[in-house]
Design a protein around this ligand. Structure first.
Ligand code: 3PY
Ligand code: MG
Length: 257
């Protein structure tokens, strides 16, 4: 899906399955984008991407005919508008625990009257083919701002965060959420209490008419999320795609023990 069909699909109640890219390198990112996923999410919070590699990755993903999402570093509002200027269709902000933080996120990513995004989307206009007037008129709808829910406070303030005008949806981080819900005892994104949170987030997002999204650690979790009404799901990471592909090839050659 290209950038505009990606966000239109998600907005209109459809489903998109995203690859997750942590390793910089335009050739690598383009190869991932040419794979079977609907789109690619570039991770600036963890992994090796900086702003320059992210901008190059967005172009590589566009070259493969797909739309790009970017997960920002923590509260990196300066980068938020820059990745949109570079052509990202979706921006995901980690650890949004309060409506105040959600409003800061909106301020950085939406033009007036929703936010205070500053003008400068030359690359985004080149990639989308939109002129200045059309880009300004449509960017607040074309680009999605997803607030990550991955702490106890974020979960408690979920309704207040979803109610913030300009927040298009919420994106659950099940690993951090499992650490938070176990008070630091375990990392278990498949835990029952995380699953209960997934059900709750889906219901509250639907109530607010907003998007539920998720980082899924397994195909089973992605299927569960889709069945719960999640519309944007990122599945596993690029290092796992490599490991799984290598293991499958080598296992097929080596004689079984
Ligand atoms: C989490 O599970 O905490 C995430 O942030 C997903 O990358
Ligand atoms: Mg996280």
């Amino acid at each position: 899906m290209n950038a505009s069909s990606l966000t239109a699909t998600i907005r209109d109640g459809g489903f998109a399955l995203s690859a997750w890219n942590t390793m910089p390198g335009a050739a690598l990112v383009e190869a991932i984008a040419r794979g079977p996923f609907d789109c690619v999410t570039i991770d600036m919070q963890h992994g090796g991407h900086d702003l320059a590699s992210t901008a190059a990755a967005i172009s590589a993903i566009a070259l493969a005919g797909k739309g790009a999402a970017v997960r920002l570093a923590l509260h990196a509002w300066g980068d938020a508008s820059r990745v949109l200027d570079a052509g990202a269709a979706i921006v995901v902000a980690p650890m949004i625990d309060t409506p105040e933080l959600a409003r800061e996120f909106v301020a950085a990513t939406k033009y007036l009257p929703l936010g205070a995004r500053s003008w400068g989307p030359q690359r985004a206009m080149a990639l989308t083919g939109l002129d200045r007037t059309t880009y300004l008129a449509t960017a607040n709808r074309l680009c999605l701002s997803l607030a990550m829910i991955e702490t106890r406070e974020g979960l408690e303030r979920l309704d207040d965060i979803l109610a913030v005008d300009g927040i298009d949806g919420v994106f659950v981080g099940p690993s951090d959420l499992s650490i938070a819900l176990s008070d630091g005892e375990t990392l278990d994104p498949g835990a029952d209490e995380v699953d209960a949170a997934l059900v709750h987030v889906a219901a509250r997002a639907a109530h607010h008419g907003k998007i539920a999204a998720l980082f899924s650690v397994s195909p089973a979790m992605a299927i569960r999320a889709r069945d719960l009404g999640y519309r944007f799901v990122a599945l596993s990471t690029d290092s796992s795609y490599l490991a799984l592909g290598m293991a499958a090839l080598v296992d097929a050659v080596r004689p079984a023990d």
